[in-house]
Design a binder for this molecule. Structure first.
Ligand SMILES: [Zn+2]
Length: 485
């Protein structure tokens, strides 16, 4: 049974950053491998960990995706099906960070990645510059393969929180450089601008550097098909910045052909990592759920949550084939904008038929607004564009709210909603019955689902940093040099 009891960590990262301080996790509590029958401990049993994050998923988002799948496809969402069939443990998690009850994604991911509650905006780094070691290098040094998959830039806060350590999440060129040094075996998402010599601040060509260290470079969906069945290090970068929203993705032929879905990337990542035979840690993020929530963009939100749900299906298939040695965690890092299907009509009878209209939408609110960046459109132009994207003929009165918002006029009493995207979100609420409380992260306790050895130790209420300790103890990785505070 792996890993060995002695510490296997090189001190390079710590010495570089002067981070050999703080409390140490002892080896005794983490590395025991009890194997006596029914008392068999989860500790050290887990070979593979799949950690899935729907970024910024409020409880309402989970429900809306499930309702959409039931109405449109005649099936529950995968996440809720697994609840219905009692295949996942369920609880709430407190995602408080070092600076706020309202987390940002960088500090939230860091709470899992390094087990410390740090200041919002930082990635595995204390305010005094102390860098914290994180799970990707820790698992790498313990002989496991590692991977990060997302629909955002791969250098974005959530994947970075499992691997990088920087003072500010905006240092994405540096995060890409740290990926090169720390060598997560699989990297897939967007973020070309942080790897290409012509757009990086330092002019370095990271693609060549990654290729030189054994990575297969994939720039479009077809490149993934060329990757064989065996273990392969992969750098898959499929967009300059974030990958497209799912609804725009599936209705734009060029994007559909060239950009893989989150489920496709997840499947590829699991296959490559598993083929190594070494066990692995894989983080999968549905990152644009968060962006759609910020934008009060209901169709963007629901379809991206469903794309995440498809990725759960891939991960759960793997878990079911390897249940005794796989820990599966499915969660979110914070609520965002708290969407919900609101009651309208006599006996609330209009709510669901209104929501059903989203089934035939072609494009997101984000796509609608992308045309209006430079000039303020007329009321009829606004109505035409919304009708093309959604099939809904909004009233002139509603369209005029958006025209005025685009003209920088004040249209909302709540400051946070006084933005064009919030105004469009509010307009659409009249037709689809999905409304939002705001445009930002919330302090809500979040959904935490899990399966596999160690998941039984998660009770109804979990502190975010406990997942770091669970991952290490489940994998039997003894850490004597991880910086803790
Ligand atoms: Zn966010």
């Amino acid at each position: 049974m792996e890993p060995k009891n002695k510490s296997q960590f090189n001190r390079r990262d710590f010495l570089k950053t002067g981070a050999l301080s703080g409390l140490f996790l002892g080896t005794a509590g983490l590395a025991s491998c009890a194997t006596n029958g029914s008392q068999r401990s989860y500790k050290g049993r887990v070979k593979n960990i799949i950690f899935m994050v729907s970024d910024g998923m409020s409880h309402g988002t989970l429900q809306l995706a499930d309702l959409m799948r039931r109405r449109k496809e005649g099936r529950a969402s995968e996440w809720i099906r697994l609840y219905e069939e009692n295949k996942l443990n369920r609880g709430l998690m407190d995602m408080t960070t070092g600076s706020s009850n309202v987390p940002d994604s960088a500090a939230a991911a860091s709470s899992w990645g390094s087990g410390v509650r740090i200041t919002n905006g930082s990635v595995n780094m204390m305010d005094d510059g102390t860098a914290l070691n994180s799970v990707v290098p820790i698992f790498r040094d313990a002989g496991r393969k590692t991977g990060l998959v997302t629909t955002t830039r791969i250098t974005h806060a959530t994947p970075a929180g499992f691997c990088a350590s920087v003072q500010s999440r905006g240092m994405e060129d540096e995060i890409a450089q740290q990926y090169l040094e720390r060598q997560p075996d699989v990297l897939m998402g967007g973020g070309h601008v942080h790897f290409d010599a012509s757009t990086r601040g330092d002019g370095r060509d990271l693609y060549t550097k990654f290729a030189d260290t054994g990575y297969k470079i994939a720039r479009k969906k077809a490149d993934l098909a060329g990757i064989g069945n065996g273990f392969q290090k992969i750098l898959g970068i499929f967009a300059d910045h974030h990958l497209p929203y799912t609804l725009d993705h599936v209705n734009t032929p060029d994007l559909l052909e060239n950009v893989p879905t989150l489920a496709e990337m997840t499947k590829q990542a699991i296959e490559s990592l598993h083929a190594s035979g070494s066990g692995f840690l894989l983080q999968v993020e549905g990152g644009r759920v968060d962006h759609a929530a910020h934008g009060m963009d209901a169709s963007g939100l629901v379809y991206d949550q469903i794309a995440f749900d498809d990725a759960i299906e891939e991960a759960f298939k793997f878990y079911e084939a390897h249940p005794d040695e796989t820990l599966l965690i499915i969660t979110t890092d914070h609520g965002n904008a708290n969407p919900g299907l609101n009651g309208v009509g006599s006996g609330y009878s209009d709510s669901v038929p209104n929501f059903d209209k989203i089934q035939t939408f072609k494009h997101t609110n984000n796509w609608v607004l992308s045309e209006f960046r430079d000039t303020v459109p007329s009321i009829s132009q606004i109505r035409e564009r919304i009708e093309y994207a959604t099939g809904i003929d909004v009233s002139s009165e509603h369209a005029d709210f958006l025209r005025r918002a685009l003209n920088n006029e004040r249209v909302a009493a709540y400051d946070m909603r006084n933005r064009p995207w919030a105004t469009l979100g509010e307009i659409m609420s009249n037709y689809i019955s999905v409304a939002f409380v705001g445009t930002a992260h919330t302090a809500d306790y979040v959904e935490l689902a899990s399966a596999g050895p160690g998941s039984e130790t998660l009770g109804p209420f979990t502190k975010n940093t406990d997942l770091f300790n669970l991952m290490l103890s489940a994998a039997g990785i003894s850490v004597s040099e991880v910086t803790q505070v």
